[in-house]
Ligand binder design. Structure first.
Ligand code: GLY
Length: 299
C-alpha cells in the first residue's frame, strides 16, 4: 500500500475521493507536502459541498443565524499545526488553518483576528448560509421551546469531517466543522483543538474525532488514542479503549455521539464510537475506497 486516506461520516467519501484525486494528480515531488495537500483538499471538498449541513458552506449556523467555522491541521513529522476558530464569512477554513501553520508564528487565530487574516490572504468574504440552512435556522427559531442541546444534536445526523492521510509512515490530519447547530456565538468545540479533536505524531499515529465537542475535549480524545498507539495498542484497540474509558468515566456520554478514527504509524487503521451503530467512515487504500461501519452484537 502506497497511500491511505480515511475520513468520517457519509461525506467521508467526498473527502477521500478528493484526497485521492489530489494525490494522483499532484506534480509535487516532496511526498510530505503532497500528502498535506491531499488531506487539505479532502477536507476542503466537504466544506464546499452545500449538502453537508455540518461543515463549511451550508453548515447550520449559530443561534443568531451566523455560520461559524472551526478547522485545524496537524502533521506528524515536526508536530506542526494550525487552526482557526469562530471564523465567519470565509471558506475554506482548512486553507486558513494551513496558512496559520505555514505563515504565522502562531497555532490558532479566532473570530475577528481570523477574518482579518483571511482578508490579508486575499480571501473574499462570502455568505455561508444556503437557502436550506437558512430555512432550517428559521424553523428552529420558531420551535425554540424544544430543549436546546437535544435539538442542536439532532439537527443534523452529524458533524465534523476528520481526514487522515498516511504515506510511508508520515501522517497528516485535518478537521473542519461548522460546529453544533444553534450554538452560542463564539462557542468552540473540539475540532480545532490540537489534542482534543485531532492529533498526529509520526512516532505513534494520528487520530481525529467527531461528535459532541464538549465531551471529546474533556477527554482529550485524539491525544488519548495516539498515546494508546504509542503504548503499543493497535489502532482499533486504541480507539476502543479510549471510548470505553469515556463511557466508564462518564456514563452519560453513551447518550451522545463521540467517535474517533485513527491510523497507526505503520498504516494500521481503527475506529470506535459511543454510538457505534450510528457511525461510519470511509477509507481509501491507494485508490480503492471502502465504507467502514462498526460491527456491534446484533447488528
Ligand atoms: N465535534 C464538533 C463540535 O463539537 O463542534
Amino acid at each position: 500500500m502506497q497511500v491511505l486516506f480515511a475520513a468520517t461520516w457519509w461525506f467521508g467519501r467526498i473527502a477521500v475521493e478528493a484526497a485521492v484525486r489530489q494525490w494522483r494528480e499532484s506534480q509535487v515531488d516532496d511526498s510530505a507536502l503532497r500528502l498535506l495537500e491531499a488531506v487539505v483538499e479532502g477536507a476542503a471538498a466537504v466544506e464546499r459541498d452545500p449538502s453537508v449541513l455540518s461543515v463549511g458552506y451550508g453548515g447550520l449556523p449559530n443561534r443568531d443565524g451566523e455560520v461559524e467555522l472551526d478547522a485545524a491541521l496537524m502533521e506528524g513529522a515536526q508536530l506542526r499545526a494550525g487552526a482557526v476558530a469562530s471564523l465567519r464569512g470565509f471558506l475554506p477554513a482548512i486553507y486558513l488553518a494551513r496558512a496559520v501553520m505555514e505563515q504565522t508564528p502562531h497555532l490558532m487565530l479566532v473570530g475577528e483576528g481570523a477574518a482579518r487574516f483571511a482578508l490579508q490572504q486575499g480571501y473574499e468574504p462570502q455568505q455561508l448560509l444556503t437557502p436550506e440552512s437558512l430555512r432550517r435556522w428559521q424553523e428552529w427559531r420558531q420551535q425554540r421551546s424544544a430543549p436546546k442541546e437535544v435539538s442542536a444534536e439532532r439537527a443534523v445526523s452529524h458533524d465534523t469531517v476528520g481526514v487522515l492521510g498516511w504515506h510511508a509512515g508520515h501522517l497528516v490530519v485535518a478537521c473542519t466543522t461548522s460546529g453544533l447547530a444553534w450554538k452560542m456565538p463564539g462557542r468552540v468545540g473540539d475540532s480545532p483543538i490540537v489534542g482534543a479533536g485531532l492529533y498526529a505524531d509520526n512516532e505513534a499515529g494520528a487520530a481525529v474525532c467527531t461528535g459532541i465537542g464538549e465531551y471529546i475535549w474533556r477527554f482529550a480524545l485524539a491525544s488519548r488514542v495516539v498515546e494508546a498507539m504509542r503504548a503499543g495498542y493497535t489502532a482499533q484497540q486504541a480507539c476502543q479503549r479510549s471510548v470505553e474509558f469515556m463511557l466508564r468515566r462518564l456514563p452519560e456520554v453513551a447518550e451522545r455521539q463521540c467517535a474517533v478514527i485513527a491510523i497507526r504509524a505503520d498504516g494500521d487503521f481503527g475506529l470506535a464510537a459511543t454510538q457505534p451503530e450510528r457511525f461510519e467512515a470511509y477509507i481509501a487504500r491507494d485508490s480503492e475506497i471502502e465504507r467502514i461501519t462498526i460491527h456491534t452484537p446484533g447488528s
